[in-house]
Design a protein around this ligand. Structure first.
Ligand code: ADP
Length: 628
């Protein structure tokens, strides 16, 4: 309790007791109790010495109520009375109060009365016969020596608490081994003064190691001012300030809070309730523990067990925030000290999350490492497969060049024969008497043009035969590649009696790829189409149509050949499918690989009127960049 204390003798107790003893001589007739129901719930009356604002008693009272309700499953009748004896200590009032409660509880006699604080204990000792004649009394919240002082009647058991100022002082010494000054402060109420007297006695030996000053008989302002100017190497022990020198009443923890806020050195106090008011800590009985201890005594009393006095467990308690404020070291705390408001380390508070987080990070790292390895492997595989593709394309190109070589040779023949004929004609003209110079000039121009044609044919073939180890990405017009391919095969087409048609619907169809690769695609489709028309009896026509369709550059190669078996329309692109005696079945699979590497698609269908259509769609350059 806030007001309990041990070891010393409380002079105020004596005075109060004297008043209370006087009050017993006032007799009155209490209403006789009605017959009791044997099965009724036990009744417990809790007497609080002050009003409901004194945390010490209310905290203990609440803990007591909780324990009783839990243990009895709610089958208990609890009554509370706030005696307010600090503000109304007058004998007449105490007498009136006793009489009033005797009448109030006449029909509800308590089985147990819990008197929290020595004032309540004195009160019920005096008024027991009229308020609760049959009840067991459990007194709690003060030290045994206090109890001896007002001579608790027989049958009253105590859950005693000792608020030991010496132990609190020792805690301060452990935390501040270099302190040289000791201040002990207390208020001017009778209780405050008696506490100061007790402390003087209890700290007699202890205080000799320090330059000791008692701060007493001061107004609250003076307390604040004095505390603000103590040397930094001071220990301040705060007892209670119920009243200051000016007679102003305080709730002690509020007065101590004001002083602690301005103090120039750490303040310690023996009450748990001071913890939240800026006090470092002290040796105390926590009010929760006290409430629970009393609860157990009450339960034993109700159960009819034999009960005796007990000592409520004491503990050191500190406010970790104040340790931080004053730079006091945690390792100097006595073992088992309760640290309130301790900020746990990240590890202590979130060890699960930290472990989990660490695990997740580790897992992520593993996944990332695996992905990187996978990416490296994939890139290596991609680069290997690209190399294979390039080799396949090259072989395919060579095969195409080989297949076209006779018609290319035939094609070359034309300009070469023309050159030879024109050269012969020119030399004949020169051999004449008056050569026609203008005609010779024209012939020479023709020779030049034929040479150019022959050169172009060779250039186109060279491109077809060139081996590449890397893809040469460039932007070009799909129309242009188609036209070049047409020029390459036109000799062969002519030889086979196939007419070529070109339908270019868009001016320009920019695509981004390796030009030679796309040319190879067009040549593959064209040679396949020409092969398909080999046995055709009707018109043999090969059409190259380019257009812009659905944002893509499109090329359709249409023939009037035998068409593709319906069930083969999709599998035709798989490698090694061939219907030709000398075929490899690789042309279309290479064409598909090339188209797909540049982000395009290739498909085949049959024309209703006969023949096949191959459709190539490529992303327009600038619209869709594909990482290679
Ligand atoms: P190959 O030409 O060596 O046979 P391809 O992969 O180029 O290999 O062609 C595979 C097969 O697809 C050909 O053998 C042929 O049966 C069929 N094919 C390809 N193009 C056409 C077409 N335009 N019309 C009919 N069938 C075709």
């Amino acid at each position: 309790m806030a007001l309990g204390k041990g070891r010393g003798r409380l002079r105020r107790d004596g005075a109060l007791l004297a008043l209370l003893v006087v009050s017993t001589s006032v007799t009155f007739a209490a209403t006789p109790a009605p017959p009791e129901d044997a099965n009724r719930a036990p009744r417990v009356l809790i007497l609080y010495p002050y009003d409901e604002r004194i945390a010490a008693t209310t905290v203990a009272g609440e803990a007591l109520r909780r324990r009783l309700l839990e243990a009895t499953d709610g089958k208990i009748d609890l009554f509370s009375e706030f005696l307010d004896l600090s503000r109304f200590p007058e004998a007449e009032h105490v007498t009136r109060l006793g009489r009033y409660l005797a009448v109030k509880y006449a029909a509800h006699r308590p089985d147990v009365v819990v008197a929290l604080g020595k004032e309540s204990a004195s009160f019920i000792s005096t008024n027991r016969a009229t308020i609760a004649p049959e009840a067991k009394i459990v007194a709690a919240g003060f030290g045994n020596s206090t109890a001896e002082n007002f001579d608790l009647p027989d049958g009253v058991i105590g859950a005693f608490t000792t608020f030991d100022i010496l132990k609190t002082a020792e805690l301060a010494r452990d935390l501040q081994p270099n302190a040289r000054h000791l201040y002990i402060l207390g208020g001017s109420s009778e209780f405050d003064r008696s506490w100061l007297a007790t402390a003087r006695a209890d700290l007699d030996a202890f205080s000799r190691s320090y330059e000791t000053t008692y701060l007493e008989n001061l107004t609250i302002e003076e307390f604040i001012d004095r505390a603000a100017h103590v040397p930094a190497d001071s220990i301040i022990l705060a007892l209670t300030v119920f009243k200051d020198r000016a007679g102003r009443n305080f709730i002690p923890r509020e007065a101590i809070g004001k002083i602690a806020a301005a103090a120039n050195a750490p303040i310690y106090g023996p009450y748990e309730t001071y913890i939240d008011s800026g006090v470092v800590g002290g040796n105390t009985v926590t009010f929760d523990t006290l409430g629970e201890t009393v609860g157990d005594l009450v339960l034993d009393s109700i159960a009819g067990k034999s009960v005796g006095d007990i000592q409520a467990p004491q503990t050191f308690i500190v406010d970790a925030r104040q340790l931080g404020r004053w730079g006091l070291t945690e390792k100097n705390l006595p073992a088992g000290t309760i640290q309130m408001y301790k900020q746990k380390s990240l590890w202590e508070e979130h060890w699960l999350a930290v472990t989990g987080g660490f695990g997740v990070v580790l897992m992520q790292a593993n996944i990332i490492a695996a992905l990187l390895l996978e990416r490296r492997r994939r890139r290596e595989a991609e680069s290997r497969s690209r190399l294979h593709l390039l080799e396949a394309v090259h072989l395919n190109q060579s095969a195409t060049a080989g297949a076209l070589s006779s018609s290319v040779a035939h094609e070359l023949n034309q300009p070469l024969s023309a050159i030879r004929n024109n050269a012969e004609a020119a030399s004949q003209l020169l051999r004449g008497d008056s050569p026609d110079i203008e005609l010779i000039k024209q012939i020479l121009l023709d020779i030049e043009a034929d040479d150019q044609r022959a050169g172009d044919i060779i250039t186109r073939m060279r491109g077809l035969l060139k081996k590449r180890s890397e893809i040469e990405l460039q932007e070009f017009d799909l129309n242009e590649v188609t036209s070049t391919a047409i020029r390459i095969i036109h000799g062969e087409a002519e030889r086979r009696g196939i007419s070529l048609a070109s339908d270019q619907k868009a001016d320009r169809l920019p695509v981004r790829a390796d030009k030679v690769h796309l040319q190879q695609v067009v040549l593959n489709l064209a040679t396949n189409a020409m092969d398909a028309m080999l046995d055709a009896v009707a018109e043999k026509k090969l059409t190259f149509a380019t257009s812009l369709a659905k944002g893509k550059a499109e090329l359709c190669v249409t023939d009037t050949g035998k068409g593709i078996p319906q069930e083969r329309l999709t599998s035709i692109f798989e490698p090694f499918y061939t219907t030709k005696h000398t075929g490899t079945g690789l042309g279309l699979s290479i064409a598909r690989a090339i188209v797909e590497i540049y982000g395009g698609t290739i498909s085949a269908e049959n024309r209703p009127e006969g023949g096949a259509i191959f459709n190539v769609a490529l992303p327009l350059a600038g619209r869709e960049e594909r990482a290679l």
